[in-house]
Ligand binder design. Sequence first.
Ligand code: URA
Length: 449
Amino acid sequence: VASYDEGTWPDLVPARLIERKREGGTLSHRELSGLFSGYLRGEVADYQMAAFLMAVFFRGMTRQELDALLDLMIHSGSVLDHSHLPGPAVDKHSTGGVGDKVSLVLAPLAAELGLFVPMMSGRGLGHTAGTLDKLEAIPGFRTDLGLDRFEAILAEVGVAMVGQSSEIAPLDRRLYALRDATATVPSLPLIAASIVSKKVAEGIQGLVLDVKTGAGAFLPVMEESEALARTMVELAEAKGVRTTALLTDMDTPLGSAIGNGLETREALHCLAGGGPDDLAELSASLVGEMLVLGGLETDPVEGQRRALHALAAGSAVDRMARLVEMQGGDPRVVEEPHRLAPAPLVGRQRAPEKGWVQGVRPRVLGHGVVDLGGGRRAMNDTVDPRVGFILEVAPGTRVEAGDPIGQVHASDKAGLARGKEVLAAAVVMGPEPPPPSGPVVRRRFPSAS
Ligand code: URA
């Protein structure tokens, strides 16, 4: 199928462009610009953009098309500038996982170690939950601050955590919600452009990417996760942002809490030095990379060691409390996480027979939280922050018949019953111990050489 670059909008008929992508052809920068700017102006309908995204899902994008999409996303809004801050601005972004509450630990920790962290996060996407919903589990916490307030909190506390404002990569913001509703999230070019655009627009000098791989990741296959990591590092570096990616395990949920308020509680526990180990290790590894990217450390392993030490000492707890207070939340929650609203009903699922836990299926639990009311089925749904799961086993745990495998936190009896079914389906048992699972960080890009 030929690629052509002639005619002016509205000669660029959306259906023709969708058709060309559907048939495996390529679109020029000008054609993509016509399509996406027409979408932002309301001249291209949601249903047309959804069809185009599905065509991209199946056909992919050439590097030129991806570069064009990235530019269009970045320049659909403003690009911030943090050069007036007295230290390096560095951020982290994850491709999304189940139980992934790293941002709540990492952001105050990185600020405690001298970085400025202007973090703009998302809401839940597919089977994954978003940082904004976890923060909003804290009574009063506001994530919809204007840019002036965002900058002021960042300058004062060293970290601010908000939603992607309408000024930052609005094209990504619109597409993100549309992709969630049309099953077009798991596409390498769409994920790469989405993440890199909003992080470049944040005006940071350094970026660490947590690229998930395994059953609970959007791109579960290792080779695809690696290609995503490599692509995002190249794209961000080409835009002048020093970038490192860690490829990390998402075959099993991170930590034991799944569900917004329960995850916030676990993250606060971790900030106070209480683990769990996988969450502490991953958060510290990412902070170690951030320190190197910000020029405050030369060796990521030494950076990780400093971060682990600060975590064990609970050094970032006060900073988190200040952040919560500045963003309108109740700061007492940070030291007293039991103040977070509990679910009305809590029940337990028990092992039907003895055996070894072979694995814990992250997607089953991620979708299970949505079933309990803790995630969105439609864009405007409200989320119940109280519901979710606490795992009481992990791959390799030996259980006897009747031992607890996990808790369900539910808003009503139907949720409790559904939650127990979800846990029974998520925890896979077998008669023999499974092979040991490897470290949470699998690979680094660029590889240390
Ligand atoms: N996170 C994002 O910000 N965008 C995606 O497309 C996937 C995960």
